[in-house]
Write a protein that binds this ligand. Structure first.
Ligand code: FPP
Length: 247
């Protein structure tokens, strides 16, 4: 069977040695829906539910940073009704996040170019980000109209503009300074990037930040991804030896 696989018996995970930052490409919603003869929007709705469960669970286990790829700069190519359905799910989630903020205590932020979004959705993103800024133990980042290449261009333009304005000198550019122009400024790079659904590619996700990330792939589609799968990914990560180019 290709889908709905049960996770294997749980391997022990050392919760005291969690990665600091996990990033997830929430893939496989469409295939999950097709196999159930549902519209693609049904797959995204199930995917949004998985996101709620995984975000809650990462907070419970004490993960500091969770980032999810919700909508890429390329996803506008999808049929309008599918794009509208994803935007509706985001709006529903953000309304809920605003309502339950005190209970959840999660800081939420958005990475990407929000300018083409519907002004109401954009205002909601800004409101959620602003009102949740006081919670700093668990940080959830939603990549929305995000593309790694677009982010690099945005950063390069920002730095060039500061040079043109006399605030910076081209010669002072370092990795750290460049990082401060990225959407992800101030947030540690992801330690672990998870991609469900069997695909094994980065798809323009966190290109700069993924330089030394560990990857974990699973055949399970995102709507079927449970906390057991997350723990399996963390366990696999804990068995890796990270050398960052050293020995
Ligand atoms: C990729 O699967 C998924 C997306 C492009 C959309 C992800 C959106 C959500 C999970 C819902 C909204 C999110 C939040 C944070 C509430 P795919 O459609 O490419 O799947 P396929 O490759 O099987 O077709």
């Amino acid at each position: 069977m290709l889908f709905g696989k049960k996770p294997k018996a749980l391997d022990p995970v050392d919760l005291a040695q969690l990665p600091q930052h996990i990033a997830i490409i929430m893939d496989g919603n469409g295939r999950w829906a097709r196999r159930r003869h549902l519209p693609r929007s049904g797959g995204h709705a199930a995917g949004a539910e998985t996101f709620r469960n995984i975000a809650t669970y990462t907070k419970e286990i004490g993960l500091h940073y969770l980032t999810v790829y919700a909508f890429s700069t390329e996803n506008w190519k999808r049929p309008k009704d599918e794009v509208d359905a994803i935007m509706r799910l985001l709006r529903d989630y953000l309304d809920e996040a605003l309502r339950d903020m005190e209970k959840n205590q999660i800081h939420m932020a958005f990475w990407g170019d929000l300018s083409p979004l519907d002004p109401e959705l954009r205002a909601l993103c800004e409101r959620v980000e602003f009102t949740s800024r006081k919670y700093d133990k668990c940080n959830v980042h939603i990549c929305l109209n995000y593309g790694g290449r677009d982010e690099l261009l945005h950063a390069a333009r920002g730095f060039a503009a500061d040079c043109a304005a006399g605030k910076r000198e081209p010669g002072e550019l370092t990795e750290a300074l460049f990082g401060s122009y990225l959407y992800t400024a101030g947030v540690p790079d992801p330690d672990l990037i998870i991609r469900p659904s069997g695909e094994q590619r980065l798809s323009n996700f966190l290109l700069w930040q993924a330089a030394y990330a560990e990857f974990y792939f699973t055949d399970v589609c995102w709507p079927d991804f449970k906390k057991e799968h997350l723990l399996q990914a963390i366990h696999a990560y804990q068995l890796r030896q990270r050398r960052f180019g050293g020995t």
